[in-house]
Design a protein around this ligand. Structure first.
Ligand code: C2E
Ligand code: MG
Ligand code: MG
Length: 842
C-alpha cells in the first residue's frame, strides 16, 4: 500500500520559522553540547530555538503551556527516571517529536521508549555540532512525511469511502489490496472477503465467461477496459454494475489495477422496463401491421392536417400509392374520390370525422380514382384517431371495393326493369316512365301517347325458322323501333312479339299517328337474319292520355283494343282507340277475321279421341275435335273460338268443313282397308238450327260416299231442350238418313224425361263434370249410376266423358257403364295417331 500512497504523499517543506526544541537534560555539560550543536553554526540552513530545563516537573510545566515541535529527552532526571519519564512527557506533548537521549548504558530503555512513541534515540556520546542538527532534521522530516502520509491516507480513505463508486485495487499479481465501502455495498462482500481475492471472483457466473473474454482482449491490446456485469450477492440479489479498469503504471511497468464499480441496477431495470415496453410496443405494432395487411379492407390514416401517415397493403393496391411515397402527402392526392352520380369531387369523410369527432360513413355512390386513372366504386367510413388525452390527432379511413357488388346491383336493377332478349325496358319500367311522363305532360299541358305494337305473322316465322331466328328478328325489330323515337320516348317489349311505345310529350294525337307511320315504314324494310331475308309488318293500336285513360293499365288495354282493330282491319296499319270500341267486340271482330282467313287458308285440323268399350277395352268409335293452328296465336282450342264462330255464324261453314273432313277421313280409312269405327262430330246450336243443316249433312255424306252409320252427331242436351219440338223433327230427319245421334254433355241441360224418350237417339254422353267426382261426391255417383240405369232401360248406349283415373273407370265398370272416353284412355290425337291406335292398340 505504501507504494501507492507514495504518490498521494506530500512532505511539507520545513518552514522558515525556527523549530522550537525543549531540551530536558540535567547534565549541564551535555546540555551545553547539544545547545551548541543546535545553534546552527556551521550549517546555516536551519534554526532551532532551544529551551532547556533540567527537571521533569519543569518540562511538564512548559509542555503544558507551550507547543514544542521537538523534545530532546534525557530519561535520567533528578525528579524522574526511565520510561516513566518518557510516558509523562509523551502524554504532555503527544504531537511533538520526541527524541530520547540515551547514555551508553540505557540504550535498551531508549529502544523501549521508541516502541511507546518516541521517534528515535541517540547517544549523547555522538552529539556533535554537525551531526545533531542533521539527525534532528532527518527525524523531523520522517515524522512530517509519515504524518503527511497518514493524513493523506486518511483523506484518501475518507474520500474513497464517501464515493458512491466502488473501488477495487489489486496488486501486480491481481490480488486485492484495497476495496472501499461502496464496493462492499455493491458486492455484498466485506473487506476481509475481498482482500487477497481476484476481482473476477465477484462476477455473476452467467456473466463471467463473457466478461473475462472481453477482459483478455482488452489486456492484449492494452486498451482501457470497461464492462457491465452482475454481482450475485449472498442473498441471491443481483446488482448490475459498470466497471472501469485502469492499470497502475510506473513508467512502462504495471504494478496493479484500479477498478471503479458503478451500481447501474436502477438504470438496468429502467432499461429492462423500457426494453420490455418497447418489445411489447413492437409486438403490438407488428400485430396491428399484420392484421391491417391481412384484412380485406383498405386502411389509410392521416394526421390532423390531413396528411397521409399510413396505408395498408390493400390501400396501396387500391390507390396505386406505395406507403413510402404516400406518407406526408395530402390525403386528397392519395385518396382521390368523386361522386359517381355527379362526377364532382366528393367531400373527404375524414375531415368530417375529425371535425365532428365521430365515425362517419361515406356518400352512397363514391368512386376512388387510382393513381393510374382507373376508377373503382368504393364504400367507406372514417373515424377520428385520439391520443391518450382523448384529443383528435388524425383520422382513419377504411374502404373497400364495391365495384363488383355495385355493378351486380346495377345489373340486377337493370334485369328487373328490362327485357332479357332485346334489352328494352319491360312493363315495370314502362309503368314508372309513364307516371313520370304523365306528370310532365300535365305541367306542360301536353298529351302522352301509347302505341301498342304487334308483329303480323311473327308466329309463323318463329315456328318455321326456329326460335333462334325469331329471337334475332325481335332484336332487329327492337333496334329499328328505338331508332324511330326520341330519347325521351320509351320503347318497351311486353313479351312475345308485342311492343309498347310511350311517347312522352305529344302535342296532338296526329303526332302519334305520324310516328306510327314512321315505325311501319322502318319495319317494312326486310330484316337480314341468319341468311334469311325476313319481311314483317306491324299492327299498331294507339291510345292517348288523358282522353283514352288516365292510368297506364287503361291506356294499355285501350291501345291493345285499337291494335286488334288494326289487325281486324287487315293488319299492317294503325288504329286509334275510339270510345265506342268495345274491347270484346274488337277482339271478336279480330277473331272473326282470323277465322275467315283460317277457313280460307285451311288453318283448322281435327283431332280424334277414342271411345272405349269398358268391358272389353276395345275402341268403339271416336269423337272429332276441332283445332285451329293460328299463325300468330299458335294452337287454339275450340273454347276460344267456337263461341265467336257461333255468334258470327261462321260456325256453319266451319261445321261443314268438319263434317266433310271427318267423312272424308273415315272413308279414307275404309278405303285403305283399315278397321273403321264411327266418328262423332259436334254440332253446335247455330248449325243445328240452320235451315241448310240437314241438306248439308246429306250432301256431304253423298259427296264423300261414306256410309251414314259411320257418322255420329253429338248435340248437347241444352240445344235439344231449347226447342224440343223442332229438335225432335231434325233428329228424326237425321235418323232417317242413317246417322247415329248422341246427346252430349248429358245431365247439364235439365232434360225432360218425356222428351228424352221421344228423341230418336242412340247414345247418352254423361257430362264430364259428373264423372270427375264420382269417387268423392256421393250425389254425383248417384246421378251417374242413375243415368247408366236409365240408359239401359231406354236401350241407349251410355258413354262416360272425361274418364281420367283408374278409380273412375272401376266405378263405371262396377255400374256396368257401356263406354268411356277420356284422358285415362287417350288424349285427342291426330288422324294418323288415331288410325294407329285402332289398328295396333297403341
Ligand atoms: P265436348 O264435345 O264435350 O268434347 C269433349 C271435350 O273434353 C274435348 O275438349 C276433349 O278434349 C275434352 N276431354 C276429353 N277427355 C277428357 C278428360 O279426360 N278430361 C278433360 N278434362 N277433358 C277431356 P275440346 O276438344 O277442347 O273441345 C271442347 C268443346 O268444344 C267440345 O266439348 C265441343 O263442345 C266443342 N267442339 C269441339 N270440336 C267441335 C267442332 O268440330 N264443332 C263444334 N260445333 N264444336 C266443337
Ligand atoms: Mg262432344
Ligand atoms: Mg261433351
Amino acid at each position: 500500500m505504501n507504494d501507492i500512497q507514495t504518490t498521494l504523499l506530500r512532505v511539507d517543506d520545513p518552514t522558515d520559522c525556527p523549530t522550537t526544541v525543549l531540551l530536558i537534560e540535567d547534565e549541564p555539560a551535555d546540555a551545553k553540547l547539544i545547545q551548541d550543536a543546535l545553534a546552527g553554526t556551521g550549517t546555516g540552513d536551519s534554526v532551532f530555538h532551544v529551551e532547556w530545563v533540567t527537571r521533569l516537573s519543569d518540562a511538564l510545566k512548559r509542555l503544558g503551556n507551550e507547543k514544542f515541535e521537538v523534545v530532546l529527552l534525557d530519561l535520567s532526571l533528578p525528579d524522574g527516571k526511565g520510561l516513566e519519564v518518557f510516558d509523562q512527557v509523551f502524554q504532555a506533548a503527544p504531537d511533538a517529536l520526541i527524541l530520547v537521549l540515551s547514555g551508553l548504558t540505557d540504550e535498551e530503555t531508549a529502544r523501549e521508549a521508541m516502541a511507546r512513541g518516541a521517534h528515535d534515540y541517540f547517544s549523547k556520546g555522538h552529539v556533535d555540532a554537525h551531526w545533531l542538527p542533521r539527525a534532528l532534521r532527518y527525524v523531523m522530516e520522517r515524522k512530517a512525511a509519515r504524518g503527511a502520509l497518514q493524513s493523506s491516507e486518511e483523506r484518501f480513505r475518507a474520500m474513497s469511502d464517501a464515493s458512491p463508486l466502488g473501488i477495487f485495487v489489486s496488486d501486480a499479481e491481481g490480488s486485492c489490496i484495497y476495496t472501499n465501502a461502496a464496493y462492499h455495498t455493491i458486492s455484498g462482500l466485506t473487506l476481509e472477503q475481498t482482500l487477497g481475492t481476484n476481482w473476477s471472483m465477484a462476477i455473476h457466473p452467467e456473466d463471467r465467461d463473457r466478461v473475462l473474454a472481453d477482459w483478455r482482449d482488452a489486456a492484449r491490446d492494452r486498451a482501457p477496459f470497461q464492462t457491465e456485469f452482475r454481482f450475485l450477492q449472498k442473498d441471491e440479489s443481483i446488482v448490475w454494475t459498470r466497471v472501469n479498469s485502469a492499470a497502475m503504471l510506473d513508467g512502462k511497468k504495471w504494478f496493479g489495477l484500479v477498478q471503479t464499480v458503478e451500481d447501474i441496477t436502477e438504470r438496468k431495470s429502467a432499461e429492462f422496463v423500457l426494453q420490455t415496453a418497447e418489445e411489447a410496443l413492437f409486438e403490438e405494432k407488428e400485430r396491428a401491421q399484420v392484421t391491417l395487411n391481412s384484412i380485406g379492407d383498405a386502411v389509410l390514416t392521416t394526421d390532423l392536417l390531413g396528411n397521409v401517415t399510413y396505408l395498408n397493403l390493400v390501400a396501396e393496391t387500391m390507390t396505386g400509392w406505395p406507403c413510402e411515397e404516400a406518407l406526408g402527402r395530402p390525403v386528397s392526392e392519395v385518396f382521390n374520390i368523386f361522386d359517381g352520380t355527379t362526377r364532382l369531387p366528393a367531400a373527404n369523410p375524414m375531415q368530417r370525422a375529425m371535425a365532428e369527432n365521430e365515425s362517419v360513413g361515406l356518400g352512397a355512390d363514391c368512386v376512388l380514382v387510382h393513381r393510374d386513372g382507373s376508377e373503382s366504386a368504393i364504400e367507406d367510413s372514417a373515424a377520428p384517431i385520439h391520443n391518450r388525452e382523448g384529443r383528435v390527432t388524425g383520422a382513419v379511413i377504411v374502404f373497400h371495393d364495391v365495384s363488383e357488388s355495385r355493378a351486380m346491383a346495377l345489373e340486377m336493377a337493370h334485369l328487373a326493369q328490362h327485357d332479357f332478349l332485346t334489352g328494352l325496358p319491360n312493363r315495370l319500367l314502362l309503368t314508372e316512365r309513364f307516371s313520370h311522363a304523365i306528370g310532365l305532360a300535365q305541367r306542360h299541358t301536353k298529351q302522352v301517347g301509347l302505341l301498342f305494337l304487334d308483329l303480323d305473322n311473327f308466329k309463323h316465322i318463329n315456328d318455321s325458322l326456329g326460335h333462334a331466328v325469331g329471337d334475332r328478328l325481335l332484336q332487329s325489330v327492337a333496334n329499328r323501333l328505338v331508332e324511330c323515337v326520341r330519347t325521351t320516348d320509351t320503347v318497351c317489349r311486353l313479351g312475345g312479339d308485342e311492343f309498347v311505345i310511350l311517347l312522352a310529350e305529344v302535342g296532338q294525337p296526329q303526332d302519334a299517328a305520324h310516328i306510327a307511320e314512321t315505325l311501319r315504314a322502318a319495319l317494312a324494310m326486310p330484316h337480314q337474319v341468319n341468311g334469311h331475308e325476313l319481311h314483317i309488318n306491324l299492327s299498331i293500336g294507339i291510345s292517348v292520355f288523358p282522353d283514352d285513360g288516365i292510368d297506364v293499365d287503361t291506356l294499355m288495354q285501350n291501345a291493345d283494343t285499337a291494335m286488334y282493330h288494326a289487325k281486324a282491319s287487315g293488319r299492317d296499319n294503325y288504329q286509334f282507340f275510339k270510345a265506342d270500341m268495345n274491347a270484346r267486340a274488337v277482339r271478336r271482330m279480330f277473331v272473326e277475321r282470323s277465322l275467315r282467313r283460317a277457313l280460307k287458308l285451311g288453318e283448322f285440323l281435327l283431332h280424334y279421341q277414342p271411345k272405349i268399350d269398358l268391358a272389353s277395352g276395345a275402341i268403339t268409335g271416336a269423337e272429332a275435335l276441332i283445332r285451329w293452328q293460328d299463325p300468330e296465336a299458335g294452337f287454339v282450342t275450340p273454347e276460344h273460338f267456337v263461341p265467336i264462330a257461333e255468334e258470327s255464324g261462321l260456325i256453319v261453314p266451319i261445321g261443314q268443313w268438319v263434317l266433310r273432313a271427318v267423312c272424308r277421313q273415315v272413308q279414307t280409312w275404309l278405303d285403305s282397308g283399315l278397321r273403321a269405327v264411327p266418328v262423332a262430330v259436334n254440332i253446335s246450336a247455330v248449325e243445328f238450327r240452320h235451315p241448310g243443316f240437314l241438306d248439308g249433312v246429306a250432301r256431304i255424306l253423298k259427296e264423300t260416299g261414306l256410309a251414314p252409320r259411320y257418322l255420329e252427331l253429338e248435340i248437347t242436351e241444352s240445344i235439344l231442350m231449347h226447342d224440343a219440338e223442332s229438335s225432335t223433327s231434325v233428329l228424326a230427319a237425321l235418323k232417317a238418313m242413317g246417322v247415329q245421334l248422341a246427346i252430349d254433355d248429358f245431365g247439364t241441360g235439365y232434360s225432360s224425361l218425356s222428351y228424352l224418350g221421344r228423341f230418336p237417339i242412340d247414345t247418352l254422353k254423361i257430362d264430364q263434370s259428373f264423372v270427375r267426382d264420382i269417387c268423392t261426391d256421393a250425389d254425383n255417383a248417384t246421378i251417374v249410376a242413375a243415368v247408366i240405369g236409365m240408359g239401359k232401360s231406354l236401350k241407349l248406349r251410355v258413354i262416360a266423358e272425361g274418364v281420367e283415373t283408374h278409380e273412375q273407370l272401376a266405378f263405371l265398370q262396377a255400374r256396368h257403364c257401356g263406354e268411356g272416353q277420356g284422358f285415362h284412355f287417350s288424349h285427342p290425337v291426330s288422324a294418323e295417331a288415331f288410325a294407329r291406335l285402332v289398328d295396333t292398340g297403341n
